[in-house]
Write a protein that binds this ligand. Structure first.
Ligand code: SAH
Ligand code: SF4
Ligand code: F3S
Length: 458
């Protein structure tokens, strides 16, 4: 999964309203989402479950009777943020004791009972495989704290329709869980075993999204390209999705480098609706570290895959995830990561300091040897190098045309609109009455390491 930086992503607020049918006083829910796109998608799923049970929407936290934090456990910092937020919300609860305060998602599974023991004002703890039971659990939480964090390898939330947030992209979760067990990663423990949603149900969801006006879908899974429903593999699924009328752009995240077949590369090359952008997490450029991480590929095989992708798909944009300071990583390992990134020249990268996660193999078996100050130094160095490369790549777009799907007003800059290019570049341009969710041709006039700037041109 392409991890959206938790720090930046945590401001995504999803509001659902809930109310009991015929109960007069409607109960309303507000959900705050942390972590990756999978959680954004799960928040929409929870909204769907709650709506079906007759609950209604709270537009602001102050109006809610139930507040859920849909949480992430990927790094320690992600959990600390949620604990901080919960302690803020405990003050709201003191003023309004009837407020139900719940924790869902990966941290709910990771800490489970500990959350209820440590934070007595939490009423509800619900793990990623128990969202069907949400209405029931909210009911139970009115008396005693309710907890359900069982993992269920059969749960694929078939036949549940999400209530999508506003926007121009529809998230479609095509597989859940992960079987890779990279030694640093908590995901297999909090999300359980890998399972794929049958293609028929996914196509129904894509058609529904298209009928709601979405022209772009993003297929989601922790190792999205290991999708297999018994009949169709990921390449087959992409082809089927490409045939859905109304869908003009298809994205997916995150593929695992070891599961990238030639068939899949061929499909991406052939299908023009599949965007020319791939997030391909590398984690490290050192073979020794990749081995200790159990990533199942070498830097050579990874670079070979990049070469095959680039020759099959001209103009392909690439991003990645990198961890610095993995236990045992020395200067030369780190330099290998820097060198690999200079060689591949990613369009962008998400870069993280290693964070030991209780329950993982690395936590149990490999001492966290790299001092915090050294982790910080490496992180700064890798970010500085990548910022330079991203800037150089983006500046080459100046003068070129880009087809942009308009997402809405730009956050900064009055009268400016923002959208994404096929290659997933953020493009900012004068709004000039251009409607959201339309495609517009933009002439690029300037660029930074994060953004392309331009103006519409017919
Ligand atoms: N399934 C996705 C990863 C999801 S987690 C994949 O394999 O691509 C997103 C990213 O968080 C990972 O790619 C990794 O770079 C980072 N990450 C995971 N565990 C971490 C840890 N313990 N410390 C620091 N970064 C971590
Ligand atoms: Fe974590 Fe590895 Fe699975 Fe990605 S593939 S979710 S990094 S265990
Ligand atoms: Fe995503 Fe964080 Fe869970 S990255 S899968 S929300 S641990």
């Amino acid at each position: 999964m392409q991890l959206l930086d938790i720090e930046r992503r945590s401001d995504i607020n999803a509001a659902v309203a809930v109310g009991q049918p015929g109960s007069g006083a409607a109960r309303r829910v507000f959900i705050e989402t942390y972590g990756c796109q999978m959680n954004v998608s799960d928040t929409e799923l929870m909204m769907g479950v709650l709506k079906k049970a007759g609950f209604r929407r709270a537009l602001a936290l102050e109006d809610a009777d139930v507040v859920l934090l849909n949480t992430c456990a990927i790094r320690e910092r992600a959990e600390e943020r949620v604990v901080g937020r919960l302690s803020q919300l405990s003050r709201v609860k003191r003023a309004r004791p009837d407020l139900v305060l719940g924790v869902s998602g990966c941290m709910a599974k990771h800490l489970a009972e500990q959350l209820l023991d440590r934070l007595p004002y939490v009423d509800l703890v619900v793990g990623p495989d128990s969202y069907r039971r949400l209405p029931e659990l909210i009911g139970e939480a009115a008396g005693n704290p309710a907890l359900d964090v069982r993992l269920d390898r059969g749960e694929d939330y078939l036949e549940l329709d999400p209530v999508r947030q506003e926007g121009t992209n529809a998230w479609i979760t095509i597989m859940r869980g992960c079987d890779k067990f990279c030694t640093f990663c908590i995901v297999p423990y909090v999300r359980g075993r890998e399972r794929s949603v049958p293609a028929g149900d996914l196509l129904r969801q894509v058609r529904l999204a298209a009928s709601e006006g979405f022209q772009e879908v993003t297929l989601l899974g922790q190792t999205v390209n290991s999708y297999h429903d018994g009949e169709s593999d990921f390449a087959d699924l992409l082809k089927m999705v490409a045939r859905v009328e109304g869908i003009r752009r298809i994205r997916f995240t995150s593929p695992h480098p070891s599961d990238f077949s030639d068939k899949l590369i061929g499909t991406i090359a052939e299908e023009s609706k599949i965007c020319r952008f791939i997030h391909l997490p590398v984690q490290s450029g050192s073979d020794r570290v990749l081995e200790a991480m159990k990533r199942t590929y070498s830097s050579g095989r990874y670079v070979d895959l990049v070469d095959r992708l680039r020759s099959a798909v001209p103009g392909l944009c690439l991003s990645t995830d990198v961890i610095v300071g993995f236990p045992g990583e020395d200067d030369s390992d780190f330099e290998s990561t820097m060198a690999l990134m200079r060689h591949v020249r990613y369009d962008s990268a998400f870069m993280f300091k290693y964070s030991p996660r209780k329950g993982t193999v690395a936590y149990r078996e490999i001492p966290d040897t790299v001092p915090e100050t050294e982790k910080s130094r490496r992180l700064q160095a890798v970010i500085a190098q990548q910022t330079g490369i991203s800037g150089e790549i983006n500046r080459r777009y100046v003068g070129r045309m880009q087809e942009v799907l308009v997402e809405g007003d730009a956050r900064r800059g009055k009268g400016q609109a923002v959208g994404k290019s096929d290659g997933f570049k953020t493009v900012v341009f004068p709004r000039d009455g251009i409607r959201t969710n339309t495609f517009v041709d933009i002439r690029i006039t300037d660029a930074t390491s994060h953004t392309l700037i331009g103006r519409p041109e017919n």
